[in-house]
Write a protein that binds this ligand. Structure first.
Ligand code: WQD
Length: 348
């Protein structure tokens, strides 16, 4: 069978670059559209070195109708994996309109272009942020969604838009929409080569990249955002998942969609997590144990928008897709540190 072309929006980013590696390893041919506002062409070069494959890249914004039209008319695209989005909880609280424009408006532009060109297979990058303060733990896909910040709200709005493509007239006909919304928990770590990884602009907001910045001396200490939560050690619990497990989850979802009958429609929501909550203190202790590096701490006030605990029940991903995580916490932290050690300042 011909190699299938998969359009990956935001393919040069942290999630995107690892998804490219996983797609190629599974025999797909990824095409990338990326505006490089929060990513680097170096990640594409390193993906090419890891896979030995050339990766076609179109520099541009997912909101650019002309670029999308050219892509869909010139390339035979079997499916789209839509990763391009803004993802900082803090920033979304400061600039909400930027998040709704980028994350929601651009998703609308993309699915309109897909519809015009008869491409109805879509994997959407959603987030555990749609759940907000967990009503039930562990979180299953049918738990109540009540995001506590514009970032999570933008992701939930996209899920609602995509659901309407299947529940309304768009969902009829001989080739209806086939959509999977993947709700990421906390992706961490890097590919085993240590040549692609999380490359935030400026001081990182997320825990593991910040710990690495303390470990390499770029930051003096880790601020622990509150140790007075109702959790075993008082700090926030999160479901950390290795980025390569997350990337393989995208391929499992794509394989599942492409195996459906042509006249089948779907819009599934699937959690991608390990199914276990780990605290901030536990993460620091594990990092120190495997690297031998001391991480100075300072407990400060809680961070606005944070929840006490967020971790998944990952049963549906296994029962529907046959996907489950394979990497350990030590591999998550060890690979994150290898990446940071190889690229202390990220891709320059
Ligand atoms: C983890 C824990 C903090 C930094 C966010 C998004 C989520 C996803 C991942 C996209 C919390 C604590 C953190 C620090 C700390 N993004 N912490 N000191 O906020 O759970 O999730 O990023 O999908 O949608 O919401 O991740 O790594 O920022 O925080 O104490 O310097 O570490 O309070 O308990 P978060 P995080």
């Amino acid at each position: 069978m011909d190699v299938q072309n998969i359009l990956v929006t935001g393919g040069a980013g942290y999630i995107g670059s690892h998804v490219l590696v996983a797609l190629i390893a599974s025999g797909y041919n990824p095409l990338v559209i990326d505006n490089f506002t929060n990513s680097s062409k170096k990640s594409i070069q390193n993906c090419q070195k890891i896979t030995g494959k050339l990766i076609e890249v179109v520099e541009g914004d997912v909101g650019d109708v002309e670029i999308l039209e050219n892509l869909f008319t010139q390339k035979n695209i079997s499916a789209v994996i839509h990763l391009a989005a803004l993802k900082s909880v803090n920033e979304s609280c400061v600039e909400p309109l930027k998040y709704f424009k980028n994350n929601v408006a651009n998703t609308l532009t993309l699915v309109e272009a897909m519809k015009r060109n008869g491409v109805h297979n879509l994997i959407f990058s959603s987030s555990a942020a749609v759940y907000g303060n967990a009503s039930v733990i562990p979180l299953t896909e049918n738990c109540h969604t009540k995001p506590t910040n514009p970032y999570g709200a933008s992701k939930l709005m996209c899920e609602e838009i995509l659901k309407s493509l299947v529940t309304t007239c768009d969902g009829q006909g001989s080739d209806p929409w086939k959509i999977v919304n993947l709700r990421y928990f906390n992706p961490v770590g890097a590919h085993e080569s240590g040549t692609i990884g999380e490359n935030p602009r400026g001081a990182p907001a997320n825990l593991v990249p910040y710990i690495c910045e303390v470990a390499n001396g770029h930051q003096e200490r880790l601020k622990v955002y509150g140790d007075d939560y109702n959790t075993p050690d008082g700090t926030g619990l999160r479901d950390y998942i290795h980025i390569m497990d997350l990337a393989k989850g995208h391929v499992s979802a794509l394989n599942w969609i492409l195996k459906l009958e042509k006249n089948e429609k779907c819009c599934e929501v699937i959690n991608l997590g390990v199914g276990r909550g780990i605290s901030v203190f536990e993460m620091v202790k594990r990092f120190e144990a495997i690297t031998g590096i001391n991480i100075p701490l300072k407990v400060t006030e809680r961070r606005p928008g944070d929840v006490a605990e967020s971790y998944s029940s990952a049963g549906k991903a296994y029962s529907l897709l046959g996907w489950k995580t394979e990497y350990s916490l030590d591999q998550m932290l060890g690979s994150a540190w290898l990446w940071r050690s190889n690229y202390p300042r990220g891709y320059e």
